[in-house]
Design a protein around this ligand. Sequence first.
Ligand code: ADP
Ligand code: MG
Length: 402
Amino acid sequence: MGQSSEKRFNRGSAEERSPDIASVLEIEDPVDVRASAPGRVEFIGNHTDYNGGWVMGATIDRRVEVALRRQSDRQVRLRSEADVPTVEVDLNRIERQSGTEGWANYVLGMINVLRSEGLELPVGFELRVGSTLPVGAGLSSSAALELASGVAMSEAYGGKFELGELARLAQRAENEFVGVPCGLLDQAVVALGGADRLVRLDARTEEIDSVPFPPETKIWIFRTHQAHALSEGGYQERHDESRAVREELRSLLGMKEVEHLVDVPPARLEQLREQLPETLYRRARHVTTEHRRVQRMVQLLEAGEREEAGTLLFESHASSRADYENSTEALDFVVDQLREQGGVLGARLTGAGFGGAVMAWTRTGYGKAQAQEVVQAYAERFGAELEMLACQPAPGVGVVGR
Ligand code: ADP
Ligand code: MG
């Protein structure tokens, strides 16, 4: 999503819309249920998911909140505080929306998947959406909208869904109804993340589990606002290159040894270096080492070794930068600035790359003044604004009121 449409969603500055507010929505009327879901950030595991590897994410304390009220008729009315039109559909005719009404598809898709799993909706409902989460920023407002809506509907109509199941249903809604071929990470983190933990996904088995988030540490997100359009072409290219090198490795090592690219140990890859095109070799080196960095990260966090865990974040960035080549001068600059600051445990680009954002993991002593130094240095270097978000892992999706 480009900057102009992104603006439509951002209501007020980050300061004005404090992430701490108990309720995002200011609704006086009685409602049946309110549900709220956090955004998420990719903590480590860059481009590992579609290569069958591990990836880890953290929830953040920016949220999408929905308020649902059942109606006496069969109409579904969807409104958002964002600058998008209200969408009204008949429960008997749920169709995909387009144009500015396309935002409703995330909710309509959830209606479809929940119904297909047996949830009955005898009457329609009105749903209002409020948010403190930047939209289209790689922080998963889409998964937050799906899961907040899903939990609200499930609660209002007597559904019995486990959170892991809801995450899979939300992914299905996004894949099939919205038409975005996303993996499971976003929904898994939004559903199962929490203030004291990170979520780890094994993309091969779709196994999800949690890893302790070290106390007295924080997450900062620095958004460059560099063009998102660029990232889509780059993402596809990396996807294709990953497949190409996997095929090369299959022909060298056999199908059995290379179900996924991450199956090739880095040492084995090194031996085959001369037999691979240089670029593809480097793409494979990133993926196969990154997967192992995620595995190592799990061990280190479980052991409470935060210094070494932080170093892994810097290593992840270096690998994205040199081998996967999905970083930019701006992202590198931000990471290099952070590396010099006290209290920073680690930093790396997060998400697809080719622009987008840097995530820093810091001790709680690291504060706004230090983050502001990075913003200032960025402004001097690039003459552009770097947006800074101070975050804390936050509770996953849940009912927050009635
Ligand atoms: P991301 O998930 O990284 O924020 P996506 O493009 O996957 O970006 O999802 C963003 C889309 O989700 C928006 O274009 C919009 O359709 C929908 N959306 C997210 N938050 C809201 C909101 N508060 N109100 C209406 N639609 C929203
Ligand atoms: Mg999304």
